[in-house]
Design a protein around this ligand. Structure first.
Ligand SMILES: Cc1cc2nc3c(=O)[nH]c(=O)nc-3n(C[C@H](O)[C@H](O)[C@H](O)COP(=O)(O)OP(=O)(O)OC[C@H]3O[C@@H](n4cnc5c(N)ncnc54)[C@H](O)[C@@H]3O)c2cc1C
Ligand SMILES: C=Cc1c2[nH]c(c1C)Cc1[nH]c(c(CCC(=O)O)c1C)Cc1[nH]c(c(C)c1CCC(=O)O)Cc1[nH]c(c(C)c1C=C)C2
Length: 484
C-alpha cells in the first residue's frame, strides 16, 4: 500500500485527489496540502443578495473532445447532473463572438455558410479562401519551435493572424501570440504542417489523436451529446465544482489541509520515500503529485535538481485585472459570448464576456439586468497599469466602465461591480515549452523520481485540460502501484 501527497488545492489538485480516492485498494493514504486558506484555486464564484452569480475565474466549460467528456463523467459521479446549466450551440451566447477593431464590433463567422462570406476584418476575404490557399504554401523546414504569430502569418496571412488569432490568444491566455509557442498552443496544427505540409491536409488526412488509456462514459455525457450542449456551468457558478469535490474527498477520507505551503521536496529514491516540508511540518509519503503552478514548484528543487528547477521557472504567468459589472435592464447591442480586442488596437482591455447572455440562469430572478466581465492586462498588465501589487483597483474599475461605455454605447452607471486582480493566474507557454516538458519528464522517468506533474502549467490551461491531466497522471501512477 502507498501514501500520496497532492500539493495544491486548485481544480487540478482536487481532481488528482478525487481519482486517487477511487483506488483505495492501491493507495491507503492521501493528503492534500494547500498553501492558502481556501480550496478551489481560480474557481471563484459570488452569489449576490439579489441572487445573481458572478465569476471571478473560469465561467464556462466546453463539452467537446475527451477533456469535455471526462469532466462531465466526473460531474455525473459527484451528483451534479441536476445543477448543470447547459448552453446549446444554436444559442447566441455560444455562437456570436465579436472582435472590436477600428472602433466597432465585427461578428466572427459562426456557421459553415459564414466561412464563405467576405470579412472586412480579414481584408475582405473569406476564411474559406484563406483555407483553400493554405495547402499551397511551402512548409517550414526548420525543426525549432516557432511563435504562434509567425506560424499563422506564414500559413494564413498577417491580417487574419492579427485580427483573429492574436485576439483569441488574448482571450484564452491573456498572452501575446508573438511570444507563445505554436507547438504548445496549437499542437495539432503544428503537427499537421510537419507531417503533411499543410494545416488543412494534416487535419483532414493526418493520424487521429492518441486516445486516452481509459474509457470515458456517463449518463450525463449521453445527455449532453443528445441535447448537443456546447458549453456548461453550474447553477451557483463553477466554484460549485470544487465545493463538490471537497465534500467527496472529505467523505472518502482524504486529508484536506489548508494553510500548508510546501517549501521543499526531498526524494529518497532507494526507499521510494519523499519528504514534503512545509514551514513547520514534515510529511513522509511514497509519491507526490504536484498540482501547483510550475513557478511555485521550481524553488522546491532549488540546489538539488537544477534540471527541474530551471525548466519549471522558464515560463512567466500573466496577471488579469477582472471587473464584473451589472447594469439595469438590457444594455447589450447584440446577444453573444462577448468580444475580444486585438493587441494592435489602441485599447486598454483584452475583452468583455457577455455573462448574462451566455448564462441568463445566473441573472437575478427578480429583474432583468446585464452582467459583463471586463478582462484587462494579461502580458501587458505592468505596461498599462503598473505593479499589480500597487495598482489601485479604482483605476481598473474606471477603465472598465469607461471602455465598455464607449464600445457598447452604455450610458448608465453599473448597479454593482467587483474588481479583482488575479495575479499570475495564467501560465504562458513560451517558445521551447514542449521540449522543456519532455526534458523534465525524461529526467523524472530516468531517475524513477516518485513525482507527477499536473495542472495548468503543462498541457493546457482550461479547467477540462487540468482535470484530464490529473486523471492521466493518477492512472499512470496507479499502474506502477499495480506492478510493484
Ligand atoms: C480569469 C480567468 C478566467 C478563466 N476562464 C476559464 C474558462 O472560462 N474556462 C476554462 O476552462 N478555464 C478558464 N480559466 C483557466 C482555469 O481556471 C485555470 O487554468 C485552472 O483553474 C487552474 O487550476 P490549477 O488547479 O491547475 O491551478 P490553481 O487554481 O492555480 O491552483 C493551484 C493551487 O496551488 C496552491 N499553491 C501554490 N503554491 C503552493 C505551495 N507551495 N504549497 C501548497 N499549495 C500551493 C495555490 O494556492 C492554488 O490553490 C480561467 C482562468 C482565469 C484566471
Ligand atoms: C479576454 C480575456 C479572457 C477571456 N477568457 C479568458 C481570458 C484570459 C480565459 C479563458 N477563457 C477560456 C479559457 C479556457 C480555454 C480552454 O482550453 O478550454 C480560458 C483560460 C474559454 C475560451 N474563451 C475564448 C475561447 C475561444 C475559449 C475556448 C473555449 C470556447 O470556445 O468556448 C474566447 C474569449 N475569451 C474571452 C472572450 C470575451 C472571448 C471571446 C469573445 C474572455
Amino acid at each position: 500500500m502507498t501514501s500520496v501527497a497532492v500539493i495544491g488545492g486548485g481544480i487540478s489538485g482536487l481532481s488528482a485527489a478525487y481519482y486517487l480516492s477511487k483506488a483505495p485498494h492501491l493507495v491507503n493514504k492521501v493528503v492534500l496540502l494547500e498553501g492558502s486558506s481556501r480550496l478551489g484555486g481560480w474557481l471563484q464564484s459570488t452569489r449576490t443578495e439579489e441572487g445573481a452569480i458572478f465569476e471571478h475565474g473560469p465561467r464556462s466549460l466546453r463539452v467537446a473532445g475527451e477533456p469535455g467528456a471526462n469532466i462531465l463523467e466526473m460531474a455525473d459521479d459527484l451528483g451534479l447532473s441536476d445543477e448543470i446549466v447547459p448552453v446549446l450551440p444554436s444559442h447566441e451566447g455560444a455562437k456570436n463572438r465579436f472582435i472590436f477593431a477600428g472602433g466597432k464590433l465585427h461578428k466572427l463567422p459562426s456557421s459553415f455558410r459564414g466561412l464563405f462570406s467576405r470579412y472586412e476584418l480579414f481584408g475582405n476575404q473569406s476564411p474559406a479562401l484563406l483555407g483553400l490557399r493554405e495547402p499551397f504554401i511551402k512548409r517550414r523546414e526548420e525543426e525549432t519551435d516557432e511563435s504562434v504569430h509567425s506560424f499563422f502569418c506564414r500559413r494564413l496571412g498577417k491580417q487574419f493572424t492579427e485580427n483573429a488569432i492574436d485576439p483569441m490568444v488574448r482571450g484564452i491566455y491573456g498572452g501575446d501570440c508573438r511570444q507563445l509557442s505554436v507547438q504548445a498552443l496549437f499542437p495539432s496544427m503544428h503537427q499537421a504542417e510537419k507531417r503533411k505540409g499543410s494545416i488543412t491536409r494534416g487535419l483532414l488526412f493526418g493520424p487521429k489523436q492518441k486516445e486516452t488509456p481509459f474509457r470515458i462514459d456517463s449518463e450525463l455525457l449521453k445527455k449532453a451529446k443528445k441535447e448537443q450542449w456546447a458549453l456548461w456551468s453550474l447553477k451557483d457558478g463553477l466554484e460549485g465544482l470544487s465545493d463538490s469535490l471537497k465534500g467527496h474527498l472529505a467523505r472518502s477520507g482524504v486529508e484536506l489541509l489548508t494553510e500548508r505551503r510546501v517549501e521543499r521536496l526531498e526524494f529518497d529514491t532507494t526507499n521510494q520515500v519523499v519528504q514534503v516540508n512545509t514551514l513547520d511540518e514534515q510529511f513522509q509519503v511514497n509519491h507526490v503529485i504536484s498540482a501547483v503552478p510550475s513557478n511555485c514548484l521550481s524553488p522546491m528543487f532549488a540546489g538539488h535538481h537544477p534540471v527541474l528547477s530551471d525548466n519549471l521557472s522558464a515560463n512567466p504567468s500573466a496577471t488579469i485585472g477582472l471587473v464584473n459589472l451589472e447594469y439595469a435592464g438590457d444594455v447589450l447591442p447584440s446577444e453573444g459570448f462577448g468580444y475580444l480586442v486585438p493587441s494592435g488596437e489602441p485599447e486598454r482591455i483584452l475583452g468583455v464576456v457577455f455573462d448574462s447572455s451566455i448564462f441568463p440562469q445566473h441573472n437575478r430572478p427578480s429583474s432583468a439586468t446585464t452582467r459583463l466581465t471586463v478582462m484587462m492586462g494579461g502580458t501587458w498588465f505592468n505596461q498599462l497599469f503598473g505593479d499589480p501589487d500597487k495598482v489601485d483597483s479604482s483605476l481598473l474599475l474606471d477603465v472598465a466602465v469607461t471602455t465598455v461605455g464607449q464600445h457598447l454605447k452604455i450610458t448608465s452607471e453599473p448597479l454593482r461591480s467587483f474588481t479583482t486582480i488575479q495575479k499570475d493566474c495564467i501560465p504562458q507557454y513560451t517558445l521551447g515549452h514542449t521540449d522543456r516538458l519532455e526534458q523534465m519528464e525524461s529526467y523524472i522517468a530516468e531517475r524513477s523520481l516518485p513525482l507527477s506533474l499536473v495542472g495548468c502549467s503543462y498541457r493546457g490551461v482550461g479547467v477540462n485540460d487540468c482535470v484530464l491531466s490529473a486523471r492521466k497522471a493518477v492512472t499512470d501512477f496507479l499502474k506502477t502501484c499495480e506492478r510493484d
